[in-house]
Design a protein around this ligand. Structure first.
Ligand SMILES: [Zn+2]
Length: 249
């Protein structure tokens, strides 16, 4: 699942097209139905930015396209070519490069959904105490793992960074957010922000708990557990020994 750092990296790659008048195509039938190609074909691409897990493409004339990759989508930036096979959702063709978006699944001309997003953890000038304050504003019974994944509270954090940052802060994903100390939330969010920023610059990181169920915890040797979390049933991974809080919700 592409998380905020992946989207920021994609936005950086797409800068090669900024300032150019682009040709736009939507070969996939579901993408064609959005009307996006007609609205942007021949317009100058003025800016590309990642907001949470969304990519916003701003065109001259105040037209904005929002792309959300969900589980399956991806962007590629490649030299311009004409012999493409398959049915990408969107092709933006500049003079030398083209950006190709595969597997959708969200491509829209509206930006209404962006207005409902919480503070982007990778936003410029966003500081950790402000992110903690966002978590403090939610129902204190909310499990901290679910709170971190809720894009209306803080945007950009996906399943990998949620699990890894809570392990770093020694918090169980099942702990009610009202019981977690400010210090531990700052540890989790500060670590996530630093690692996601490093990832935008291309750094790779090893996983301590993510997809390591049944293996020993690298910190204490306890067994790493896993279980579905929250309404979306994303998978939580945590060490049953050294992360504070209930074993499972
Ligand atoms: Zn442990």
């Amino acid at each position: 699942m592409p998380e905020g750092d992946t989207l920021h990296r994609t936005a950086a790659h797409l800068q090669v097209l900024v300032g150019q008048r682009v040709e736009a195509e939507t070969p996939h039938p579901r993408a064609a139905a959005t009307g996006v190609a007609k609205a942007i074909d021949g317009r100058v691409l003025e800016a590309v930015e990642a907001v949470g897990k969304n990519l916003l493409l701003r065109f001259e004339g105040g037209v904005t396209v929002r792309s959300h990759l969900r589980m399956s989508g991806r962007w590629r930036v490649e030299p311009r070519r004409t012999d493409r096979s398959g049915r990408p959702w969107l092709v933006l063709r500049g003079t030398e490069w083209e950006a190709v978006q595969w597997n959708g699944p969200v491509l829209t001309l509206d930006t209404a959904a962006v207005g409902r997003l919480g503070t982007d953890i990778l936003g410029r000038g966003v500081e950790v105490p402000a992110l903690v304050a966002r978590l403090r504003a939610v129902d204190p019974r909310t499990q901290v793992g679910e709170a971190l994944l809720d894009q209306r509270i803080i945007s950009g954090i996906g399943n990998i960074w949620m699990n890894e940052s809570l392990w770093q802060a020694r918090l169980s994903p099942w702990l009610p957010v009202g019981v977690a100390s400010d210090e531990s939330l700052e540890t989790a969010l500060g670590w996530a922000q630093r690692m996601m920023r490093a990832s935008v610059r291309g750094a790779r990181s090893l996983h301590s708990v993510y997809r390591r169920a049944g293996r020993p915890c690298p910190r204490c040797g306890g067994t790493i557990l896993s279980r579905g979390l929250g309404d979306a049933n994303r998978t939580a991974y945590w060490c049953g020994r050294c992360q504070r809080g209930p074993g499972a919700g």
